[in-house]
Design a protein. Structure first.
Length: 726
């Protein structure tokens, strides 16, 4: 039986119950921690992470930084000792007060702020303790949610709870990536199962692959914004259907399309069952595009004609594309589509052929596969790319939709990505800015005048903060590199090599992101001889590299392996380190500690890139190809552009860019870093950091990004319009 819609069945009471159950296990004075533990707000408050970790550092690490698990697993002796410590009790109270204040902070007031948004995405990267993300797309979705909470916008998130999450990475003795998965145990996550008024779990159904698939819903609180996660791991489902929400981005296409059907169709049904009717459905990438089917259904139920229902569904939907290569957009054969959706479109009043044609660029061309992006473009009121450059690329890619129009008039806009400042700016940096920026700078992060005060920061203080952040990273890299190497069965001498040679005062470069071939990790070592020579020069530098290749992407795995073999040489292995199992926690440490953040995508394949923005917020300088965000960010003073010039031949382009990279390192980056005054301060370097923070800080954060989405996009003020329907 389908759950009856009724208001306020949105898991809020379930969350309160979960909090209460945890409270009962804690001494009275520690009980305020239970509510904070069940709200990911803690992860972006300066005090939250530090406090939870300090309760029991070893246990914190064993629980993967999950505060609910930590509090449940605290020994009685430990919690009694903590409760008896007045300093701990004072910190608990301060955290609870800060949490209360954040939950009741003023909300942005503007005309469009009242439009409620359901933000749908296949992945959400909130924190390492909730591994439901693979890379930039998920982290962006997580950052969007956090910013929506800070601004008090009426947003909810909708995604999936993969009970084995995303994969973890190990390299074997040959440097080949191996994947493994760990079960998440949702009961021990900061999540509450959504139940109906009668206490039974809220279940929605959809027909997927011809079977009725039951889905339950988990609620995760992200500050003031709830995230709802679908989960088919229920005994009434077949094992194959339970597998739908097992893993993020499974390789097998049949499961993948089932995931998309679930996210789109069951997702909208779950919202309806919870009594939630968002004004705007925001499809963050095409994975959730089948939501449109259910939106049409909604409109038909209200008595609209089919054409009007289609128009009404489009009117509610906006779409952000993230993929600048045609091959990166999921497409399916008509048979795959038919097997997965079995009957759904027809039930909703679509003739099958009509439905399929909506997913083709050329509707009548039966040889064209059904694409999620074309379908999403057709079924949305507005669409955008995620950087200026990506906007241009997207208009070019999809111009066929608007025959006869100039490419510049193709109505796909762009809203450049940003990152969530409190998540990504290290506490050292935040505390420094607290001293020199206007008191309310955190709430005005998108205001350029606020950032002008960066120029007032004394060079020695800024440099001191940078050195502390680098020193923290160096100690992390030393430890992790020993474990990683021992785990691969290397000699002890080699395992300890980087731990011996890495120094807190050495120029530190970072390169960390999903390892995909277009990200061109191999450029770092194309001219091996020269790279090795530079690494070990009189003015040395050290490099940390991290990232996962998609399990099916053997080419990317080979590029990791190539680096691995190079790294086995002693002259390299001491200064260059590959850290396994890149995740949000490692990313936070890397972007805070690295002096220079390297990004070498093959243009124009980087839609935006966000890790560089995170580094920028911490005073890292960018050494990057002018693609994605960097193309619109670089102004000559705020970092460096690696540009070997254009070539039609990829190999030639690689050689040029690799050369340009080493030229810049040798002639500018390295000398500038080591050019010190008598007090040891590199003044020109510090000037660059200031220029970077001042010019980029206000632009590449989610405060600016969310305002852009709200004002230019969700409000529907007629800037953009979808393509004609087939
Ligand atoms: C920011 C981030 C990414 C995205 O980095 P890009 O530079 O956009 O490739 C990927 N993974 C993690 C864990 C991140 O924090």
């Amino acid at each position: 039986m389908e759950s009856t819609p009724r208001p306020h069945v949105d898991g809020e009471a379930d969350m309160a119950e979960a909090v209460h159950a945890l409270e009962l296990t804690l001494p009275l004075v520690l009980r305020p921690l239970a509510r904070v533990a069940y709200n990911y707000w803690w992860s972006w408050s300066v005090e939250g992470r530090e406090l939870f970790e300090s309760l029991d550092p070893a246990l914190w690490e064993r629980t993967g930084g999950n505060p609910v698990r930590l509090l449940y697993d605290l020994s009685v002796a430990r919690s009694e000792a903590l409760a008896a410590d007045p300093a701990v009790v004072a910190r608990v109270q301060a955290l609870a007060t800060a949490f209360y204040a954040a939950m009741h902070a003023p909300r942005v007031a503007s005309a469009e702020a009242g439009r409620s948004v359901a933000f749908m995405c296949a992945e959400f990267g909130l924190d390492a303790s909730l591994p439901l993300y693979a890379g930039g797309l998920g982290v962006l979705a997580g950052d969007y949610m956090k910013e929506a909470s800070d601004q008090g916008r009426p947003v909810i998130g909708l995604g999936m709870l993969y009970w084995e999450g995303a994969f973890h990475q190990r390299l074997d003795g040959q440097g080949w990536q191996q994947e493994y998965w760990l079960e998440l145990e949702p009961e021990r996550l900061p999540a509450a199962l959504v139940t109906r008024a009668d206490g039974a779990p809220l279940i929605v159904h959809a027909s997927i692959r011809g079977r009725r698939v039951a889905t339950r819903v988990w609620r995760v609180d992200v500050g003031r914004v709830p995230l709802f996660l679908l989960d088919t791991d229920l005994p009434e489902n077949t094992l194959v259907d339970r597998w739908i929400t097992a893993r993020l981005y499974v390789g097998d296409r049949e499961t993948r399309i089932a995931q998309y059907a679930l996210l789109g169709v069951s997702g909208i049904r779950a919202l309806r069952a919870m009594g939630i009717t968002p004004d705007v459905i925001h499809l963050n990438e095409g994975h959730a595009a089948f939501a449109s089917l259910e939106l049409v259904h909604d409109a038909l139920e209200q008595g609209l004609s089919f054409d009007d229902a289609l128009a009404a569904a489009r009117e509610r939907t906006v779409f952000t594309t993230h993929t600048p290569v045609a091959a990166g957009n999921d497409t399916f054969s008509e048979t795959e589509l038919h097997d997965a959706l079995n009957g759904i479109p027809e039930q909703l009043g679509f003739a099958w052929d009509q439905f399929v044609s909506l997913g083709r660029v050329r509707p009548e061309d039966r040889s064209e596969r059904f694409g999620l992006t074309p379908f999403a473009l057709r079924m949305s009121r507005a669409a955008n790319g995620v950087s200026r450059r990506h906007g241009e690329v997207s208009r070019e890619m999809w111009r066929e939709f608007w025959p006869g129009r100039d490419v510049a008039d193709v109505p796909i806009g762009h809203i450049t990505n940003g990152v969530h400042l409190p998540t990504w700016m290290d506490p050292h940096m935040q505390r420094l800015l607290d001293r020199y920026l206007p008191a309310d700078w955190r709430n005005r992060a998108a205001d350029p005048t606020v950032w002008e005060a960066v120029e007032q920061i004394p060079a020695d203080e800024l440099w001191d903060a940078r050195c502390r952040m680098r020193a923290n990273l160096v100690s992390f890299v030393r430890d992790r590199s020993v474990w990683d190497r021992l785990g691969r069965g290397t000699s002890t001498a080699y395992a300890e090599l980087a731990a011996r040679l890495w120094q807190p005062g050495t120029l530190t470069l970072g390169f960390a992101r999903r390892i995909a071939t277009y990200k061109r990790l191999y450029l770092l070592a194309m001219d091996q001889h020269r790279s090795v020579h530079l690494l070990n020069g009189a003015q040395p530098f050290q490099v940390v590299i991290a990232g996962k290749a998609h399990p099916q992407d053997d080419e990317a795995k080979r590029s990791v392996q190539g680096f691995f073999h190079l790294n086995a040489q002693e002259a390299v292995g001491g200064r260059a380190v590959f850290l396994e199992d890149y995740d949000l926690d490692m990313a936070r440490r890397l972007v805070a500690g690295c002096d220079v953040w390297v990004n070498l995508p093959r243009p124009p394949f980087e839609a935006s890139g966000t890790s560089g923005m995170k580094s920028m917020l911490n005073g890292g300088l960018q050494l990057a190809v002018p693609d994605g965000w960097w193309e619109e960010a670089y102004d000559g003073m705020n970092g460096w552009v690696v540009d070997g010039g254009f070539s039609h031949d990829p190999a030639e382009q690689d050689a040029r860019d690799a050369g340009a990279l080493l030229d810049l390192l040798e002639s500018q980056v390295v000398p500038l870093f080591y050019n010190r005054d008598v007090a040891g301060i590199p003044h020109t370097w510090v000037e660059r950091i200031k220029a970077s923070l001042r010019t980029l800080g206000p632009r590449f954060n989610t405060a600016r990004m969310l305002s852009d989405y709200a004002e230019r996009y969700n409000a529907g003020v007629g800037v953009l319009s979808g393509p004609p329907l087939a």
